[in-house]
Design a binder for this molecule. Structure first.
Ligand SMILES: Cc1cc2nc3c(=O)[nH]c(=O)nc-3n(C[C@H](O)[C@H](O)[C@H](O)COP(=O)(O)OP(=O)(O)OC[C@H]3O[C@@H](n4cnc5c(N)ncnc54)[C@H](O)[C@@H]3O)c2cc1C
Length: 409
């Protein structure tokens, strides 16, 4: 059996490694001529790190590059602590939560792929134009020469991300992407460690401004600074096109955070000292009625673009890759494996897409914002009980498959 994978992002490379582990050959075709260090921070929670560590054997390498998150902690916009819970191995999981630069994760997957599968099975500068689903044929354009090429294999897996051309081909009448009404500005800053040095902070609320802040690289200089990833999210009526590389401007959002000078972090200083600022709208798409057509299927963001509110974009693409590889390795026709993959993963990921709209983990912040009328509190217990807070967090874990029971502990 031989598989064509479109896209060498996190989903495509993980699928390539997962197939290789099970003795199935593949080729990956990526439209970029070079895999550049683009993007900023990503979190990999234990339900996805389990596969990367246990099955793909990448724990040691990832642990050297990433920050092993110790806690998830929530504050209101006055810097008052609302709730915290341990994360990854610190919560008793067998596998860590990695807070990592997207490039470090991608490079780790790429290195493993080149070493295990071989550079001859990675084709850069090949842009997929369309598929013939009945034959397992993909039409590519080679970017450098403009040449058009047809490649046929046992099946085609489109891991071509948010703007997937294959998704558009399979669903030509799909509605427009859904803008949440929230715009995001994402940055990375070299700064001293804050709180535990491995804390993932969520603070404020979207109406006035919400922040997600976590370190993604340790000891980046002789002063022992970290690379800190941050995302500012504010309700903004205007709709912007999704572009991972769009530059953001400090003046468009810093006003909302000027007084966020807490004893645990000076947030405006963090923003002002950023190396890069990118802007991205919080957009998703309704779950699709199907992913699989004959010998073609979708995986990762191509299949289920979601709001980045619960650290599940990369994680769910890793879970897709694991599931699909395992089904393809079973003794059954390829077309049946693709249908079984869709049957399992479409409904699971649809629940995550919908939960991210209404009740992601930061629903904790919304509850406190509303119940406290956006005022400082004397005691958090007077606003919401510890039990209710942990229930919001645990419900989301159940939906995404990251609760301890789903992971077998
Ligand atoms: C440039 C970039 C920056 C990102 N930055 C962040 C970030 O900072 N934080 C975050 O949480 N998530 C980020 N993401 C998204 C994150 O990587 C994904 O949400 C998640 O990993 C799901 O992975 P995926 O493989 O489905 O998609 P992606 O990781 O997006 O990979 C898709 C791949 O397919 C390739 N491709 C697209 N069209 C074609 C085509 N027609 N033919 C061949 N190849 C094609 C793309 O070049 C890309 O390499 C970024 C994605 C990209 C592409």
């Amino acid at each position: 059996m031989h598989i064509t994978i479109i896209g060498a992002g996190i989903g495509g490379l993980t699928l390539g490694l997962a197939l290789h582990r099970l003795g199935i050959s593949c080729d990956i075709y990526e439209s970029n001529a070079e895999l550049k260090p683009v993007g900023v921070g990503i979190n990999i929670l234990p339900h996805a790190s389990q596969f990367l560590c246990k099955e793909l054997g990448l724990e040691e390498e990832l642990s050297k590059l990433a920050v092993l998150t110790q806690e998830s902690i929530f504050f209101n916009r006055f810097g008052q602590k609302i709730y915290s819970e341990p994360a990854g191995k610190f919560a008793g999981y067998d596998y860590p939560q990695f807070s990592i630069h997207r490039h470090d994760l991608l490079q780790t997957l790429l290195n493993a792929y080149l070493l295990r599968v071989g550079s001859e099975h990675l084709h850069l500068g090949y842009a997929a134009l369309s598929v013939d689903a009945s034959k397992g044929t993909t039409i590519f354009q080679i970017k450098q020469s403009g040449e058009i090429l047809e490649i046929t294999s046992d099946c085609v897996v489109a891991c071509d991300g948010l703007h997937s051309v294959i998704r558009k081909q399979l669903h030509p009448n799909e509605g427009a992407p859904k803008y949440s009404g929230v715009n995001m500005w994402r940055g990375v800053t070299r700064a001293p460690a804050f709180l535990t040095g491995a804390s993932m902070v969520r603070a404020g609320w979207l109406t006035h401004g919400k922040m997600v802040i976590y370190p993604i690289r340790n000891q980046i200089d002789t002063a022992g600074n970290q690379l800190i990833n941050w995302v500012a999210e504010i309700e903004t009526p205007k709709y912007l096109k999704r572009d991972w590389n769009k530059k953001g401007h400090l003046d468009d959002f810093i006003g909302a955070f000027e007084d966020w000078q807490f004893d645990w972090l000076d947030v405006p200083a963090l923003m002002r000292n950023a190396d890069t600022i990118l802007e991205f709208p919080m957009i998703d798409q309704d779950p699709l009625p199907f992913w699989t057509k004959e010998l073609t299927t979708l995986l990762g963001d191509a299949a289920h673009p979601m709001y980045p509110r619960g650290s599940n974009g990369a994680g769910q693409s890793i879970l897709d890759a694991r599931c699909l590889a395992e089904l393809l390795a079973q003794d059954q026709p390829v077309s049946q494996a693709l249908i079984a993959y869709e049957k399992k993963r479409l409904s699971e990921t649809a629940q995550v897409v919908l939960a991210n709209r209404i009740n992601p983990p930061d629903a904790i912040l919304r509850e406190v914002y509303e119940r406290s009328s956006d005022q400082p509190f004397d005691q958090i217990d007077n606003i919401i009980s510890a039990q209710e807070l942990s229930q919001i967090s645990n419900n989301y874990k159940k939906i995404t498959g990251s609760d301890p029971a789903s992971l077998g502990r």
